[in-house]
Design a protein around this ligand. Structure first.
Ligand code: NAD
Length: 306
């Protein structure tokens, strides 16, 4: 039975904690860390009190970084959030400093597990958590385009009146404005998706996927339930050595970047799958996305990293 540390008990962190606490049997302890320790304590009490009605054996408590010594996973959800009108890239300098402080604290412990990062811009933050920690690349995993992929499968499912699980389609690249859908590799059941969706419908779905977060932020301030469930899925897949494929933010040696690609999740972390046959348009879209991520990384390098 595993021990999970959550750093950052805001909306995203607590949506993840709630999802984990109510629906897994593989986690024994969940420790909440936040610069606002009173909030972490309050959340731990609030979530922990329901143990009597919970089938999960999880024990929730607030703690400090010494708890990381024997932890299996540290899930990072700490950081500034997009305000209406802001892009994820606008958060980069503030959140880089937060990653720096978290990883420096963890480095003082004996933590040898896996980092799962959700803080935005998530591909860039995952890149820096790996760099700052010096961990093997596969042991630092970002939530990548898992949420975007969930949104895509939901939207196609709604359009066609089928369950999202019957939609085999993925969003790849940056978790941001250059995220793209390789439609040539997208299926509904065993049929190519273009049998069901014409160019106009595909263009509208891509627009909806890219703009979902902006739409939700305009309506209610921030997004958290969807990513909370995605994070629960990733963390449990790693802990249970499930070897499922998810579009996490994974390291690509050729570009020396992290971005959303299908990867196998196991106890060792995330391993990129290698069998994608993109068409030229998709190769261009991926190159554009990698370029966008690298530009944000260089911004940090130039201002504070060096
Ligand atoms: P929030 O403001 O509700 O919570 C952030 C929390 O982080 C606060 O409780 C704050 O006290 C804490 N914190 C700040 N600095 C800290 C530090 N150094 N150590 C420990 N805790 C610290 O924000 P939120 O809505 O929970 O969003 C958190 C992050 O998740 C944002 O960067 C947001 O953009 C991102 N996010 C990612 C996805 C995704 O798909 N990856 C989806 C939604 C949001």
């Amino acid at each position: 039975m595993a021990k999970v540390i959550l750093v950052g008990c805001g909306n995203v962190g607590m949506a993840f904690a709630y999802a984990l606490a109510t629906s897994t049997s593989s986690v024994r302890e969940l420790v909440l860390i936040d610069t606002n320790h009173a909030k972490a304590e309050g959340d731990a009490l609030d979530l922990g009190h329901a143990a009597v009605y919970n089938s999960s054996p999880i024990k929730v408590r607030a703690g400090g970084y010494s708890e990381c010594d024997n932890a299996d996973i540290i899930c990072i959800c700490a950081g500034a959030n997009q305000l209406p009108g802001q892009t994820r890239a606008d958060l980069v300098n503030t959140n880089y400093k937060i990653m720096h402080s978290i990883v420096s604290n963890v480095a003082k412990t004996k933590f040898r597990g896996i980092y799962v990062v959700a803080t935005n811009p998530v591909d860039v933050m995952t890149f820096f958590v790996q760099k700052l920690s010096g961990f093997a690349h596969k042991r630092v995993v970002g939530s990548g385009t898992t949420l975007d992929t969930a949104r895509l499968r939901f939207l196609v499912g709604e359009e066609l009146g089928i369950h999202p699980r019957g939609v085999h389609a993925y969003v790849l690249g940056e978790h941001g404005d250059t995220a793209f859908i390789p439609w040539s590799l997208a299926y509904v059941g065993i049929s190519k998706i273009d049998m069901y969706l014409n160019d106009d419908k595909r263009a509208r779905i891509l627009w909806d996927v890219r703009n979902s977060a902006y739409d939700i932020i305009n309506k209610k301030g921030s997004t958290y339930y969807g990513i909370g469930i995605c994070l629960r899925d990733l963390v449990v897949a790693i802990l249970e050595d499930q070897k499922v494929i998810r579009t996490v933010s994974c390291y690509d040696k050729q570009s020396d970047t992290y971005f959303g690609m299908p990867a196998v999740l196991s106890k060792g972390g995330a391993t990129l799958t290698k069998c994608l046959e993109f068409n030229q348009q998709e190769r261009d879209a991926l190159a554009k996305s990698i370029d966008a991520i690298k530009k944000i990384i260089y911004t940090v390098d130039a201002t504070i990293h060096r």
